[in-house]
Design a protein around this ligand. Structure first.
Ligand code: MOS
Length: 698
């Protein structure tokens, strides 16, 4: 029997392919006879296209077609809701009418023999508009907001929740904080651009496309083009970062397939960086109110959390903005309220711990404000309100390492040496601030399938339609399979990223390890059992695995604690993160090397959210004015200081067969509030608006 692989720091099995360039990403696939497509996007934020003059463009060398609503076929657009699509509303229908719903909406596509010809011709297409002023501002959110349709009474999640009487308890509380928090719109900005290569063979469509959910992309394309589901195949073996932006199938994917059908050739369409700010989703801007009441000893007695997020006019995107507040701490009186503000904008989507990270920025900032008001240590305040039971559902936590995370993180960080007085710690002329925040993310497990094959040479092949956008799915699944098959990882080849492999849920919501991992485990046990009964090879086994009744007995979440040191230049207001220590309790750690790498990535994302990332809209036309990597700032190596990620030893027999909770997103969750709290500690200034810009500190 081979030694277990789970728990060992196996280097990435796809590492060599990535560093040698053998790994191919969507834009790198090439088909014989392939043409190139370039989008023409709306230069107004709302209105109608009144004219499209493509005569000059059509005469340019190499141009094969200019397609718009004027000459595009009516597409089937059968009803289709993937699990990542907003429950209420309907996706943008590409080139089906003259309506302009947001700035940057695709209004035409130019197809030519070469990319350069298509790019040039796209500049020669003249579009006439009847423009109206779009509504893109979030102020006044409280007045114009609506109750999300999918969260009305009777639905699984509610827009309004209450236990006890939070408003009365707040009014009666010995100590109280009550403030509003605002978070900017952010775009995912992965390194890899969105790209789709589409090829038709009769009425069968194959696309090589950047996707975190190939199964759904195939199903959606079948619905859009009115095809039998099995006629569409989506292939995506590698993803160069995504953070949620490739969960949905955005308009350009349909455009690529439409263009290919129109010119009867395979077509490649790659979005520019600028176009990735238009219609590929974004973290919605949010406006929140968070009020806490407590006894003088720091026992929470009231919690009010009201939040509004932006959405489009044609779909209602909802996220877990207020859902953490009722479960995180012990408190008798809690009220939450969630609303949406429809704007003339493309639809937001999930981005890096969607909802949890925004909601916990408000909650964990407010707790820091409360700690200051109580003159209490912020770690002690959180532990004072720890609870073994999720008071929202009434269920015990399957495991909860919040205390252990705070203790481990505090020890590694040296928290005991903190002088609590704001502005008291210095390094020369720089102000030093130490801040802390808790983190949490739910354990999500959805139905998934996998197939395993034992070959005559003693090796195994395992397949699932999953994705690997960077966390290490290839490697972790190889380890799970190796252990279940009692092989070494080098004897296992794991394949993913094809819609005709056994179906898996979206590669998001930190659910891949729990969902696909459980399926891989089950498929490998099945094939081993089969192999035991027969000497012939190959032997194949397939399994589908889904959550059982454990969700009715337990509340299941990962927890964490983040400690951050910042320095602030008192004259220039510049904030730098010097070091960050995160401690996480996330169930079994399949691969400590990849887990650490993923957490560092998440913490870096949190630094971006706290200090840099912000998509600025021109209120006159809804144009994102900083739609480039020069103007939309993300952290680089100099911005992140030293980052440590630690894991508490957590054995949870209840969550799923592997005992894993998922690590994709929790590491980002607490970073922004920990940084804001550190900035307060350094300067005495409470900044309740992200990103924290130097203007707020001078
Ligand atoms: Mo992640 S926002 O669930 O891709």
């Amino acid at each position: 029997m081979s030694t277990p692989s789970i728990g060992t720091p196996l280097p990435r099995v796809d590492g060599r392919a990535k560093v040698t360039g053998a790994a191919r990403y969507a834009a790198e696939f090439t088909q014989p006879g392939q043409a190139h497509a370039v989008l023409v996007t709306s230069t107004v934020g709302r209105g109608r296209v009144t004219a499209i003059d493509s005569r000059d463009a059509a005469r340019l060398p190499g141009v094969l077609a200019v397609v718009s609503h004027l000459n595009a076929p009516r597409l089937a657009y059968r009803a289709h809701k993937g699990s990542i699509d907003p429950a209420a509303g309907e996706r943008l229908h590409v080139f089906q009418d003259a309506e302009v719903r947001f700035f940057g909406q695709p209004v035409a596509v130019v197809v030519a023999d070469t990319l350069q010809q298509a790019q040039h011709a796209a500049t020669a297409v003249r579009i006439g508009y009847e423009a109206r002023p779009p509504a893109v501002r979030l102020d006044g959110a409280d007045r114009a907001a609506v109750v999300p349709e999918a969260m009305r009474p009777g639905a699984r999640t509610q827009a309004d929740t209450a236990r006890g009487d939070a408003d009365r308890a707040l009014a009666a509380a010995a100590v109280r904080v009550d403030a509003t928090y605002d978070i900017a719109r952010e775009h995912h900005n992965p390194m890899e651009p969105h790209a789709t290569v589409a090829a038709w063979h009769g009425d069968r469509l194959t696309v090589w496309s950047k996707s975190q959910f190939v199964v759904n992309e195939a199903a959606e394309l079948a619905a859009v083009f009115g095809l039998p589901a099995e006629h569409v195949r989506v292939i995506c073996p590698y993803i160069g970062g995504a953070f949620g932006t490739s969960l949905r199938t955005w308009p350009h994917v349909t455009v690529a397939a439409l263009a290919a059908r129109h010119v009867r050739r395979p077509v490649k369409l790659v979005l520019t960086r600028q176009q990735m700010f238009y219609a590929t989703g974004h973290r919605p801007r949010t406006h929140q109110r968070l009020a806490l009441g407590a006894t003088r000893e720091g026992q929470l007695t009231a919690l009010v959390h009201e939040g509004t997020g932006e959405t489009s006019r044609y779909e209602q995107f909802i996220e877990a903005l207020t859902s953490v507040s009722p479960m995180m701490y012990a408190c008798r009186n809690v009220r939450t309220r969630y609303r949406l503000l429809p704007l003339d904008s493309s639809t937001p989507t999930y981005m890096r711990a969607p909802g949890e990270s925004s909601g916990l920025f408000a909650l964990e900032s407010a707790l820091d404000e409360l700690a200051v008001a109580l003159q209490m240590d912020p770690v002690a305040l959180r532990l004072r309100n720890d609870t073994a039971r999720d008071q929202h559902t009434g269920l015990p936590f399957s495991s909860r390492s919040l205390r252990a995370c705070h203790e481990l993180g505090a020890a590694r960080f040296g928290w005991a040496r903190r002088n609590a007085r704001p502005g008291s710690m210095r390094d020369g002329r720089l102000l030093v601030g130490w801040g802390v925040a808790s983190a949490t993310y739910p354990m999500i497990r959805a139905q998934a399938s996998a197939r395993a094959r034992l070959l005559a040479d003693g090796t195994a092949e395992v397949e699932a339609a999953a994705s690997d956008m960077g966390p290490g799915t290839y490697t972790a699944m190889t380890q799970v399979a190796a252990d279940a098959l009692e092989l070494s990882p080098s004897q296992v080849r794991f394949r993913l990223g094809q819609s005709d492999f056994p179906p898996t849920p979206p590669h998001g919501g930190s659910m891949t390890m729990a969902s696909v991992g459980s399926a891989v485990h089950a498929a490998c046990l099945a094939v081993r059992e089969k192999a035991g009964r027969s000497a012939s090879r190959p032997v194949e086994g397939e399994a589908t695995s889904a959550a059982g009744p454990e969700g009715q007995r337990f509340s299941m979440h990962a927890f964490g604690a983040v400690f951050v040191e910042v320095v602030v230049d008192p004259d220039l207001g510049m904030v730098r993160v010097r070091r960050a220590v995160g401690a996480y309790g996330a169930g079994r750690i399949v691969n400590p090397r990849l887990a650490r790498s993923q957490c560092i990535g998440g913490m870096v994302g949190g630094i971006g959210m706290a200090l840099m990332e912000q998509t600025v809209l021109d209120a006159r036309d809804g144009r994102p004015v900083n739609a480039s990597m020069a103007d939309y700032l993300v952290p680089v190596n100099l911005d992140i200081g030293s980052i440590e990620a630690h894991f508490v030893d957590e054995r949870d027999p209840h969550v799923n067969p592997l005992g894993v909770k998922g690590l994709g997103e929790i590491a980002l969750v607490g970073m922004a509030p920990a940084i804001a709290n550190a900035v307060f500690h350094a300067t005495g200034r409470r900044v309740r608006e992200l990103p924290i810009r130097l203007e707020a500190l001078v």
